[in-house]
Design a protein around this ligand. Structure first.
Ligand code: AMP
Ligand code: ZN
Length: 142
């Protein structure tokens, strides 16, 4: 498969790796949006969070924790933004799941996760919740 992140995982393409486990690899983003901007990926090609096995999911989040600890120690940031762009609508450009780890610094000019989108449903929240819960029950029955 012609996937750049698979190539990095298989060592067919160079990356500035800062961490590696059996199931994950962590490297610096080539077009960083923050000092120390890193991405954590599963070594196996998975496109979305839903595609991961539970073992891969645990390994991925554990690698995110390692990256936060490492970058925190090395760069002494004031905080972190941790996020996944899942699907084209959310801005996913590379269709191999990756978790962005962005060290944040006071006065870096960036916003919070709330600044990513502001298009809430006009439906009352209680109705929305009902719809969501009903769909979960249908899924569990069917
Ligand atoms: P996304 O929009 O969430 O799919 O982001 C993909 C990210 O991968 C972007 O931040 C790119 O800068 C980064 N990226 C793409 N190619 C490479 C590469 N060869 N090495 C490191 N990072 C990359
Ligand atoms: Zn891939």
């Amino acid at each position: 498969m012609d996937c750049i992140f698979c190539k990095i995982a298989n060592k067919e393409m160079d990356a500035l790796t800062i961490g590696e486990g059996d199931l994950t690899i962590t490297f610096l983003d080539i077009f960083p949006h923050a000092k120390g901007h890193a991405v954590v990926i599963p070594k196996t090609h998975r496109e979305t969070v839903g595609d991961l096995t539970k073992e891969e999911l645990a390994a991925l989040f554990s690698a995110v924790q390692d990256a936060v600890q490492l970058l925190g120690h090395a760069l002494q940031p004031d905080g972190f933004t941790i996020g996944i762009n899942q699907g084209k609508a959310a801005g996913q450009a590379v269709p191999h799941l990756h978790v962005h780890v962005l060290p944040r610094f006071e006065r870096d000019g960036g916003g919070s996760v709330h600044s990513v989108v502001n298009a809430p449903s006009e439906e009352p929240l209680a109705e929305l919740r009902e719809k969501i819960v009903q769909s979960k029950q249908k899924k569990m029955v069917g």
